[in-house]
Each structure stands twice: as structure tokens, then as C-alpha cells.
Design a protein around this ligand. Structure first.
Ligand code: FES
Length: 135
């Protein structure tokens, strides 16, 4: 899907300036992120965790299409949290609705790592498209 949410302040998150690795748990799939190849998909902010995941066949539920209007793309950083700019107020508002919120939780469609360090994110169990397909 992709696109913009007219109800939130638009963010111009800078793309990473150097290559880095991102690992998606629990699958353990690691992707080498090439800043010159971004965006990898049309989902979420360019260079976001969601953009990279969808571009590499890593399944992260994203009910609103990556426009910061739900919390289904919630992921938890296990490493590299500080390499992302702070969450906006709009992202924080959506995150408040995410089950299993942790200190290093972010919305995958909004968080764009700078590339200053490698990243490990965990996709929560309930967030792997299984939940929405079961109902
Ligand atoms: S996909 Fe809806 S907020 Fe990220």
C-alpha cells in the first residue's frame, strides 16, 4: 500500500549514510542494508524497518499500509535502538495501543536507522500476520 497519512505531521527522516546489517528475530534473517538501494519497497517511511523487511520477504503485519495509523507493525529493538531518531508524538500515540510494549519498542514503518550501528529487531509473535489471518 504505502502513501502518506494526512492526519499526522509529516516527517522527513534522513536515510542512512552508511551500510549496516539488520537481523530480524526470531527468524534470524540478516539483511545488508545498502543506503544507495533504498527504498526497498513502497511500505512505510523509506529506509524504515518495515521498508527493509517487506523488501526482503520478512513478514511484518502493517494494517494501515505503513502510515502511522495503527500499531500492528510494532517491533522491539534488541540492538541499535539509539541509531534511530526519536519517535514522533504521533508514533508514540500509536505505540500506546501496542500490546507488549517495551522500552525499545518502535513502529517498524516509522523507525529509520541511521546506519551508525547494526540493528536487531524482534517481530512479536502476535505480529506475524498469523493473528489477522486467524480471525
Ligand atoms: S503499519 Fe500502521 S503504523 Fe506502521
Amino acid at each position: 500500500m504505502g502513501g502518506n497519512n494526512p492526519y499526522i505531521e509529516s516527517t522527513d527522516t534522513p536515510l542512512p549514510v552508511q551500510a549496516y546489517k539488520i537481523t530480524f528475530q526470531p527468524e534470524g534473517k540478516t539483511v545488508e542494508v545498502d543506503p544507495t538501494a533504498l527504498p526497498y519497497s513502497r511500505e512505510g517511511n523509506p529506509g524504515s524497518i518495515l521498508d527493509i523487511a517487506i523488501g526482503h520477504d520478512v513478514d511484518i503485519d502493517h494494517a494501515c499500509g505503513g502510515v502511522c495509523a495503527c500499531s500492528t507493525c510494532h517491533v522491539v529493538f534488541k540492538a541499535g535502538f539509539a541509531s534511530c531518531p526519536d519517535a514522533t508524538e504521533d508514533e508514540e500515540d500509536q505505540l500506546d495501543n501496542a500490546p507488549g510494549l517495551e522500552e525499545t519498542s518502535r513502529l517498524a514503518c516509522q523507525a529509520v536507522p541511521s546506519g551508525s550501528e547494526d540493528v536487531i529487531v524482534e517481530v512479536p509473535n502476535w505480529n506475524r500476520n498469523l493473528v489477522s489471518e486467524e480471525h
